[in-house]
Write a protein that binds this ligand. Structure first.
Ligand SMILES: Nc1ncnc2c1ncn2[C@@H]1O[C@H](COP(=O)(O)OP(=O)(O)OP(=O)(O)O)[C@@H](O)[C@H]1O
Length: 268
C-alpha cells in the first residue's frame, strides 16, 4: 500500500533549484533511505513530503488521512525556558502520564519524564524526539538525519529501534542519513539524490551504481563490504543514463547499466 508518492517533483527557493523531476514513493512497512551530498536536496524533499515546502513542479499524493511522524535533524531549545520531557511530549496534544512513561520505555530511555530537555545527552534527546513522533501513532515516520551527533553504538542502536518500530507498527519509514554503511544495512531501498534522483533501488544495487560511486567514492569500506555481486537483484531499479528524460529511475534501457554492474573490477 503506497503511503505517499512524488511525481515529477520540483522545488525551488527563489532562483535556486533544489529538486527537479523526482519520482519516488514509500509503501507501508518499508524502510527507505535518502542519501546524497550536502545541498543535494534531501531536506527539501522531506519538507516537500511534509507539506512545508510547496512544489514548483509535479505533485505529491498522500493516502487520505495519512498520519506522519517527523523526527527533525535538530531542535533548538532555549535553555532559559524550563521544559520537562513530559511537558514536551504533551505538546501539542496532551498525553497522559502512563502513555508518556510507556513511550519513553519503548524508545529505550525510561524514567526521563521529569528531566529538563536541555539536560539530555544527544542520544537521549533524539530518542525523546522519536518518542514524540511515535505518540502520534504514525503510518509514515520521517527522520531527517536523526542520528547526527550520535556515536557509532548510539547510531546503531537508534537504527535497531527504527527497525523495531517498523516491525511492531508496520509503518513506512523514510530516513535521510549520512551514515552510509549503516544505511545500507538498515534500508530496504536507497534513493541517491543529487538535485534529481541519480539512482534508487535495493542497497546492493545502489552501491554498485556508477552514479553512487561518483558521488560517494569508493573509500566507504563499510558500504563496499556490503556490495554483493549477485544476480538475485532487480536491474530495473537504477537509472544509469544521464539523459534528462530518464533521470528519475526506472530506465527501460538496462543493457548499459547491467554491463557496468557486472564488472566489480571497476570498483578498484
Ligand atoms: N530556505 C532556503 N532558502 C534558499 N535556498 C535554500 C533554502 N533551503 C535550502 N536551500 C538550497 O537548496 C539546496 C538544497 O538544500 P537542502 O537543505 O535540501 O540540501 P540537503 O541535501 O538537505 O543538504 P545537507 O546535507 O547539507 O543538509 C541547496 O542549494 C540549498 O542552499
Amino acid at each position: 500500500m503506497t503511503l505517499i508518492a512524488a511525481r515529477g517533483l520540483g522545488a525551488s527557493y527563489g532562483g535556486v533549484v533544489a529538486l527537479r523531476d523526482v519520482d519516488m514513493q514509500i509503501d507501508a512497512g518499508e524502510i527507505v533511505t535518502v542519501v546524497g551530498p550536502n545541498g543535494s536536496g534531501k531536506s527539501t524533499l522531506v519538507r516537500a513530503l511534509l507539506g512545508v515546502v510547496r512544489p514548483s513542479a509535479g505533485r505529491i499524493t498522500r493516502r487520505a488521512g495519512l498520519r506522519i511522524g517527523y523526527v527533525p535533524q535538530r531542535l533548538a531549545v532555549d535553555d532559559r525556558m524550563p521544559l520537562s520531557v513530559a511537558r514536551f511530549l504533551s505538546l501539542p496534544d496532551r498525553r497522559g502520564r502512563g502513555e508518556i512513561s510507556a513511550m519513553l520505555g519503548r524508545v529505550g530511555v525510561p524514567g526521563l519524564e521529569g528531566r529538563q530537555l536541555t539536560s539530555l545527552s544527544g542520544g537521549q534527546f533524539q530518542r525523546v524526539l522519536l518518542a514524540r513522533a511515535l505518540l502520534a501513532d504514525p503510518e509514515l515516520l520521517i527522520l531527517d538525519e536523526a542520528t547526527q551527533g550520535l556515536d557509532q553504538p548510539g547510531t546503531a542502536s537508534f537504527y535497531e529501534l527504527i527497525e523495531d518500530v517498523r516491525r511492531e507498527t508496520g509503518a513506512g519509514i523514510l530516513m535521510v542519513s549520512h551514515d552510509l554503511h549503516v544505511v545500507m544495512a538498515a534500508s530496504d531501498r536507497v534513493i541517491c539524490l543529487n538535485g534529481h534522483i541519480c539512482c534508487q533501488g535495493q542497497p546492493h544495487v545502489v552501491t554498485a551504481a556508477p552514479e553512487y560511486r561518483a558521488l560517494f567514492g569508493l573509500g566507504t569500506h563499510g558500504t563496499m563490504a556490503l556490495y554483493q555481486h549477485a544476480h538475485d537483484h532487480d536491474h530495473d531499479a537504477c537509472d544509469h543514463s544521464h539523459d534528462p528524460d530518464h533521470e528519475s529511475g526506472h530506465d527501460p534501457d538496462h543493457g548499459h547499466a547491467h554491463r557496468e554492474r557486472e564488472e566489480p573490477a571497476h570498483a578498484g
